[in-house]
Ligand binder design. Structure first.
Ligand SMILES: *Cc1c(COP(=O)(O)O)cnc(C)c1O
Length: 419
């Protein structure tokens, strides 16, 4: 079965999204999402779906999760007023500090939640895929904490590029398996993890790293990351004295963004904006801005927007931020865009690096290059909306990006020139 054309009653889609009706019983977000997987995976996905219904919202699970988030992850993460950015942008700028979460980014919210679920489901081992290594590190840490063996599939090319994260995963007790087939990067690693899962879907738990893949993963990851938006919304009300006029987050697979956005979807006054990796240009293959430039299609189990050519061939992507460098995106973002509730734009490599330098210098916070993309969008918005209030999810810290920053900002001597 192959979906052909997206036609939609956007008013109804929007009403259903606001009412929290997605995904539907078939795992669809309007026309997007679903399950495009081999027959052999359906029972495993059904079991996971049943496990989510049974455990995720139970008092015992929620209590354990809340306890671990508070005492091990370090939640709630701070909401910081960005004093100097506010002054220079002419708007009120607030930062949701996922960089302060354990292992340095929002990814731990998802890894911890799924590892707890895996244990409840009786899994004997956890497998995961990783691109830049950040999801692998978060999953290795969560598995160590919960006491489950962890195997991480990683493209051979990525292992070379991200050697420090390979070391971190090993120290945290994970086995890192080099994937030498396909493109030797994230896409090949996901394929390999799926193959492993098919071989032993009862004893193995597949811990997927973003709000994508076949149903029920986009739902599960959204629910685990929504803690970002829930905390931020409550913190805005108490610390800022009201809701933001706009919310910004960077979008790779879309997990930190969907977790930020969903608790604000029903707040009509709040503009919702995702910022994708614009790479070096708008040409096909020179960016990873899936929602901005993509077209509908199926990739790795879900129907969403994709970067593909006229023949439907998935395109190589390019971005200075490894975490945004993927040709697909979570299906709920495709729906939010279709329904007109969220808008998506892109920021180029150069713009993101400049924003990283600006935030570091002015606020004393070195953001991940991924997160810096959100700042680019927020700054544009602030210029057009003087005096208004904007919330930015700062998805992770930039220490992991030092080798890239040495080659770029520091190499060209531009870091100090932005005040
Ligand atoms: C992985 C990562 C991202 C991109 O992933 P999403 O699923 O889109 O959130 C963004 N920021 C940081 C810091 C990351 O590590």
């Amino acid at each position: 079965m192959k979906p052909t054309h997206v036609q939609a009653d956007t008013a109804r889609l929007l009403a259903d999204e606001i009412a929290g009706k997605f995904p539907d019983a078939r795992g669809r977000f309007g026309p997007y999402g679903g399950r495009y997987v081999p027959e052999t995976l359906i029972p495993a996905l059904d079991r996971l779906e049943a496990g989510i219904k049974q455990y995720l919202y139970s008092a015992a699970f929620q209590q354990e999760m809340t306890q671990e988030l508070a005492t091990w992850v370090g939640r709630p993460t701070a909401l910081s007023y960005a004093r100097h950015l506010s002054a220079s942008w002419g708007a009120e700028v607030w930062l949701k500090r996922e960089d302060l979460a354990h292992t340095g980014a929002h990814k731990i919210n998802n890894s911890l939640g799924q590892a707890l679920l895996a244990k409840r489901l009786g899994a004997k081992r956890v497998i995961a895929e990783t691109g830049a290594g950040q999801h692998g590190v978060a999953t290795a840490a969560a598995c160590a904490r919960i006491g489950l063996p962890c195997i991480v599939y990683m493209g051979a090319v990525d292992m070379e590029r991200q050697a420090p994260n390979v070391g971190r995963m090993k120290l945290l007790g994970a086995e890192v398996v080099a994937v030498t087939g396909g493109d030797k990067t994230l896409r090949a690693a996901i394929d390999e993890a799926l193959r492993d899962w098919v071989a032993d879907p009862t004893d193995t738990y597949y811990l997927l790293g973003s709000a994508l893949g076949p149903h029920p993963y986009p739902l599960l990851v959204r629910e685990l990351q929504a803690v970002i938006g829930r905390e931020a919304r409550a913190q805005m009300l108490t610390q800022a004295g009201g809701l933001p006029n706009a919310v910004f987050a960077c979008v790779g697979g879309g997990s930190n963004a969907i977790g930020t956005f969903v608790p604000f979807v029903a707040d009509e006054s709040v503009e919702i904006v995702g910022v994708e990796a614009g790479g070096t240009s708008s040409a096909l293959g020179r960016n990873a801005a899936t929602l901005v430039y993509g077209r509908p299609g199926v990739l790795q189990g879900t129907y969403s927007l994709l970067l593909q050519d006229d023949d439907g061939q998935i395109q190589e992507t390019e971005s200075v931020s490894a975490g945004l460098d993927y040709p697909g995106v979570g299906p709920e973002h495709a729906l939010l865009m279709l329904a007109g509730r969220a808008r998506y734009e892109s920021a180029t490599d150069a713009e993101a690096l400049a924003a990283l330098a600006e935030c570091s210098r002015q606020e004393g916070i070195l953001p991940a290059i991924e997160s810096a993309h959100a700042f680019v969008g927020a700054k544009r918005w602030a210029r057009e909306n003087p005096g208004k209030r904007v919330l930015i999810t700062l998805s992770g810290r930039g220490d992991k990006d030092m080798s890239t920053l040495q080659r770029t900002l520091l190499g060209s001597g531009a870091a100090g020139a932005s005040r």
